[in-house]
Design a protein around this ligand. Structure first.
Ligand code: FAD
Length: 456
């Protein structure tokens, strides 16, 4: 299974079954690690007190169907709107973040248990300090007020009703961070709203060949359905882009695909009040866009490779849950997981990236890093609590994967590795769990489609 970032869309599809097999082996282990350990099932973030730095929050909310204006104007919509609003809220206990002083006090007995010679500080205490090798803005970088702890297990990512202008504005802003301003949603003219540039027109001979290959692979995988020409063009245009830009786009698109999968899989039927998989939702958002599914697989390989590289790093990591026995168990679980991931460039070969420098002196890596940081800032513009929570967790997870892949060297002893904050590690493992669960959900949707076909 060689999922090389240089691979074209069609190459990525060729490794579906290998990654599926790997996921069959790893899924329950990852899910258990993310949901049933104290360390990984709580996340600290500043969810409510950060303003959207790009446009007025009010605009973001007004696009939401939970917008109050709609409530007043259309009485009929009140119950549905109320539901959408309620659905987007967080549930379960939310512990306040302990202040610095309290953290120091908490840390003392912990260090006592572990021995004063434990060289590393408790990462909880210093997790708001920034490193210039970060790909994400640390959660509380700019705010003096600390964030809250949120139980991730009690706030599953699912359908919330967040949609419309507000959600589109956020997605559009995210895709625009892609260096080459990729068009997002197309209107009838094929031009993305708000963009003056037309999408690529016509395919080069190479692209045309790639398009044929792409269709062949889709056929081999039983995805013969018609591709929207715009999406196909988008996919093919990627073949001509520089490697790093392509990776950036695929990470974002794969994350978008994972979110879509979760909301379709845990969907609320508003007439029956029941939660469950919505096959139509899957068909429209994913099945009819195979390149989105390809990007989800791409992300799986990408994040797995990063987790695999943590094996030696976590050996000296201080987990700080306050329970050394549990910390030891958590550490062992990560090592076991990392051991189970094929090492070397078998899964994903990051060594080919960031070899060139741009003429103006800014390295491509720096540019990439800055753009990814912007994506993490855009998450403060998401107008639904639960969506914002998972949007932040997942961008932080990809940011951590990027940091591990591109700032940790080759894993050799003596290399200067940046410290991973608790929030970064938690985000990484939970992001892996989200992708892994999304792949399982897609498996289930495929079975549902097969059953539907058989019954016709
Ligand atoms: P959208 O998903 O909004 O997509 C907009 C456009 O992007 C599409 O028209 C298409 O052209 C393009 N596009 C779609 N998918 C991809 C892809 N994978 N790759 C490339 N291009 C693509 N809703 C929930 O119910 N639960 C959630 O937890 C949730 N979390 C969210 C988190 C974030 C950060 C954001 C921005 C939104 C979230 N939403 C969530 C809303 C959800 O993602 C959709 O925006 C909403 O359901 C409306 O969907 P849509 O069909 O209009 O298309």
């Amino acid at each position: 299974c060689a999922l090389n970032p240089q691979a074209t869309v069609s190459d990525a599809c060729a490794s579906y079954s290998d990654l599926d097999k790997l996921n069959d082996r790893l899924h329950s282990y990852v899910h258990n690690l993310a949901n049933n350990t104290d360390f990984f099932s709580y996340y600290r973030l500043n969810l409510y007190n950060k303003e959207c730095p790009f446009w007025s929050d009010e605009n973001g909310l007004c696009g939401n169907i939970a917008c109050a204006v709609t409530t007043v104007e259309n009485e009929e919509d009140v119950p549905a709107i109320w539901r959408a609003e309620e659905l987007g809220k967080l549930e379960g206990p939310q512990a306040k973040h302990p202040g610095r002083q309290q953290q120091r006090e908490l840390r003392r007995p912990l260090l006592g248990n572990l021995g004063e010679d434990v060289g590393e500080s408790c990462v909880v205490e210093y997790d708001d300090e920034c490193d210039d090798r970060d790909y994400c803005v640390p959660e509380d970088e700019s705010a003096s007020a600390k964030g809250d702890y949120v139980s991730l297990a009690e706030n599953p990512e699912r359908f919330t009703g967040y949609a419309g202008e507000g959600a589109h504005q956020v997605w559009e802003a995210i895709y625009r961070e892609n260096c080459f301003s990729r068009p997002l949603a197309r209107d009838q003219s094929g031009i993305a709203p708000g963009l003056s540039t037309a999408p690529p027109s016509g395919l080069s001979p190479n692209q045309a060949q790639a398009a044929l290959d792409f269709k062949q692979v889709m056929k081999a995988h039983g995805r013969e359905q018609a591709l929207q020409s715009g999406e196909l063009e988008d996919a093919m245009a990627l073949e001509d882009e520089c490697l790093e830009k392509r990776v950036f786009y695929r990470v974002i698109s794969g994350m978008h695909a994972a979110i879509s999968t979760h909301l379709c899989y845990d969907y609320l039927n508003q007439s029956t009040g029941e939660w469950g998989p919505n096959l139509r939702c899957y068909k429209e958002r994913l099945h009819q866009h195979p390149e989105r599914i390809a990007n989800l697989y791409f992300n799986y390989a990408f994040v797995l490779r990063a987790v695999g590289k943590l094996k030696d790093y976590v050996q000296d990591y201080t987990f700080c849950t306050g329970d050394p026995i549990q910390d030891q168990r958590t550490k062992q679980m990560i090592r076991t997981l990392a051991d189970a991931i094929p090492s070397g460039p078998q899964i994903f070969d990051e060594s080919v990236m960031f070899q060139d420098h741009t003429a103006d002196g800014i390295s491509l890596k720096e540019d990439f890093r800055n753009r990814f940081r912007n994506v993490s800032r855009i998450m403060d513009c998401v107008g639904c609590d639960k969506c914002r929570l998972w949007g932040k967790v997942q961008t932080a997870g990809f940011g951590t994967a990027l940091k591990v892949l591109f700032e940790f060297g080759n894993g050799n002893a003596g290399e200067d590795k940046p410290i991973l904050r608790r929030t970064e590690l938690v985000a990484l493992i939970n992001t892996l769990d989200k992708i892994s669960s999304a792949l399982k959900a897609i498996d289930h949707f495929r079975e549902m489609m097969a059953a539907e076909l058989a019954s016709e």
